[in-house]
Design a binder for this molecule. Sequence first.
Ligand SMILES: [Zn+2]
Length: 339
Amino acid sequence: MEIIRKEMKLCMSCMEEHEVEIVRRSECSVYKGEEVDYEAVYEYCDRTQEYLEMEDMISQNDIAMKNAYRRKKGLLTTEDILAIRRKYNISQSDLAKMLGCGEKTITRYESHQIQDVVYDKMLKKIDTDPEWFLTLLKESRGSMALKAYERYYINAANILRGQKDDYLRKSILAQYAEYIDNEDYCGNKEPDLDVVVDTVNYLARRVQELYLVKLVKLMWYADALSFKRYDHSITGLAYQKMPMGTVPIAYQSIIQLEGINYEEIEFDNGGIGLKFHDSGRIGSGLTDDNKKILDDVIRDCGNISRRKIVERIHGEKAYMETCENRVIPYHLAKDLSLA
Ligand SMILES: [Zn+2]
């Protein structure tokens, strides 16, 4: 038995005014043929040694007992259901409409009524699958207020985007698994994708006409210069030697990260270029040293033509001494043409 608090009041057990203890104790009941253990709350009179269950406690203890039953059966508890609803910021009645059950059903599920297995499964699916939430939401658009619908939609779309970004980040880091342990490949730093996003935006904000070809070269120059000065790269990315220059491993996935913005531009010759824009994301991943390096790289290479920057990289010792398609070792950056 655990005392939660004490209250001076008229005790309904001995019918005298004194300090009554509010206590929590373990209970065991049988519900629907299942033995369940849970914590129940009572008032305790130390004079009569009696436990009293007040009106609100009866209700609270019943929910605690049913949540123990739900847990035992692998069903969502009242708190779980509430958490799902909070995640999507949706009202009980609108969620009920989406699931196609009675308007008060969710209200009851969040208290004394044990949910049907079918609705339990639907709620679990909604929890992990915002795309499905959006599908159900669209289907019940006509049955809820437009303002509420729009709010739910934007919120769920954001959750979905975040989920996709998490997946993308995991897949990028998986592609780095074989390089991470080699400090010479990632420049004494583990890949930091927040810093990568900040770096791209920092460059996009300051360099006019920033296309992919130039972007990845400026990134390499910045990482290499940071290694030359401080023995560690800025982003932790590993770069491959390609005919046109230096390209980060997994760059196709990296440019899809949340917070990186680009548009496809069609050239007169029919080719397509990716032009990067500042997404407005104010990142705090860059240190003052990082920014100084980026500024120096922009000053030296930010406004030269694509042909010039390719030529310049081709002349770097780090580039020349690395085999085609191999990762450029950071230690070669010590002889970088930038100081
Ligand atoms: Zn008493």
